[in-house]
Design a protein around this ligand. Structure first.
Ligand code: SAM
Ligand code: DTB
Ligand code: SF4
Length: 339
């Protein structure tokens, strides 16, 4: 019989030195474990690094919606696809701060601001910097996702006090060109390096359900885990099929495969916050509960993500209550779980 306690102790102690890389064979072996063994292992790693009942709460705002020059096949905001979304201009900083204040009152500790840009224009940087400074002044963590950044833009955001930059690699290098043709996987990695170099914390993950294979999912997580420093935050999105987009009719992801991917993310990146990101509206409470057990410990709250639906706060409050989960305090979210 499997000595589960020894396994748990061994696993819990398993934290790799920064330079050590995970191999594809190791990741595949973990992913393909019997489901119970995989969950046990992932949950043991999770418990060794985090309070298993605390979930970090983020809130999203689209500060510039639609009309995007990129052709991402999954997105409602690409100008290349007839999704029917109306494009808007960049919001004024004051309006953003008013929304952030409400989010804080609702229990969010991190405010994530997203723009449908290929990359920010110089003329918009002043407004962006002012948003970061003012939201930070409320005592919230700040996150932005604005597309590709140069080293100079990254430095400017770092100086404004930006805590996190979200820039997803979305899938494997192999599959990337089938989803997006207006930029490359290497472009994504370059921005991640610029952000890291500027001293901003990295939020990078991807999407499941675009027609990728299990290999693509494992490969995506390996790329993230094997960065010189793994991202502090790893959002795993389940595709929200957008009418008019290339993936409008994509078949849903198998929930068990989704949970396996969360578990692998937790094991490969023991110290990162793994976010159960877009797509929770189409997940059962039971599936979300399994994801939390497998190591997911961050969510977006609020009825809207950027343009698509998210569970309402009443539903999330009821789910937290049924599962005995609590919002992670800002101090806990900021501290290095390894210490
Ligand atoms: N334009 C910036 C960019 O692409 O980096 C920031 C905004 S973009 C909407 C942020 C992320 O949202 C994408 O990288 C993708 O992972 C996720 N996303 C977009 N549309 C989605 C959808 N329909 N379902 C799930 N995730 C989606
Ligand atoms: C991430 O990984 N997911 C968020 C955030 N980063 C910016 C965005 C999800 C977008 C879902 C589709 C929409 O709202 O349009
Ligand atoms: Fe633009 Fe980002 Fe949507 Fe791609 S995912 S179309 S870059 S907003």
């Amino acid at each position: 019989m499997l000595d589960t306690q020894a396994l748990a102790d061994g696993i819990a102690a398993e934290t790799r030195a920064g330079a050590e890389r995970w191999t594809l064979a190791e990741a595949e072996e973990i992913y393909n474990l019997p489901f119970n063994d995989l969950l046990f292992r992932a949950h043991s790693v999770h418990r060794a690094h985090f309070d298993p009942n605390a979930v970090q709460i983020s809130r999203l705002l689209s500060i510039k919606t639609g009309g995007c020059a990129e052709d991402c096949g999954y997105c409602s905001q690409s100008a290349h696809h007839p999704t029917g979304l109306r494009a808007s201009k960049l919001m004024e900083a004051e309006r953003v701060v008013a929304q952030a204040r409400k989010a804080k009152e609702g229990g969010a500790t991190r405010y994530c601001m997203g723009a449908a840009w290929r990359s920010p224009k110089e003329r918009d940087m002043e407004t962006i910097v002012s948003m970061v400074e003012s939201v930070k002044a409320l005592g919230m963590e700040t996150c932005m996702t604005l597309g590709m950044l140069t080293p100079a833009q990254s430095d400017r955001l770092a100086n404004a006090g930006l805590d996190y930059y979200n820039h997803n690699i979305d899938t494997s290098e192999r599959f990337y060109g089938e989803m997006i043709t207006t930029r490359t996987f290497a472009d994504r990695l370059e921005t991640l390096a610029n952000v890291r170099e500027a001293g901003i914390k990295v939020c990078a993950g991807g999407i499941l359900g675009m027609g990728e294979t299990v290999y693509d999912r494992i490969s995506m997580l390996l790329t993230l885990a094997n960065l010189p420093t793994a991202p502090e935050s790893v959002p795993i999105n389940m595709l929200i099929p957008i009418p008019g987009s290339k993936l409008a009719d994509a078949p849903p992801v198998d929930p068990i495969d989704f949970v396996r991917t969360i578990a692998l993310a937790r094991i490969l990146m023991p110290q990162s916050h793994v976010r159960l990101s877009a797509g929770r509206t189409d997940m059962s409470d039971e599936m979300q509960a399994l994801c939390f057990f497998a190591g997911a410990n961050s969510i977006f709250v609020g009825e809207t993500l950027l343009t698509a639906n998210n569970p309402g706060e009443d539903h999330d409050a009821a789910l937290f209550s049924r599962l005995g989960l609590k919002p992670m305090a800002l101090q806990a979210a900021q501290s290095d779980p390894a210490e």
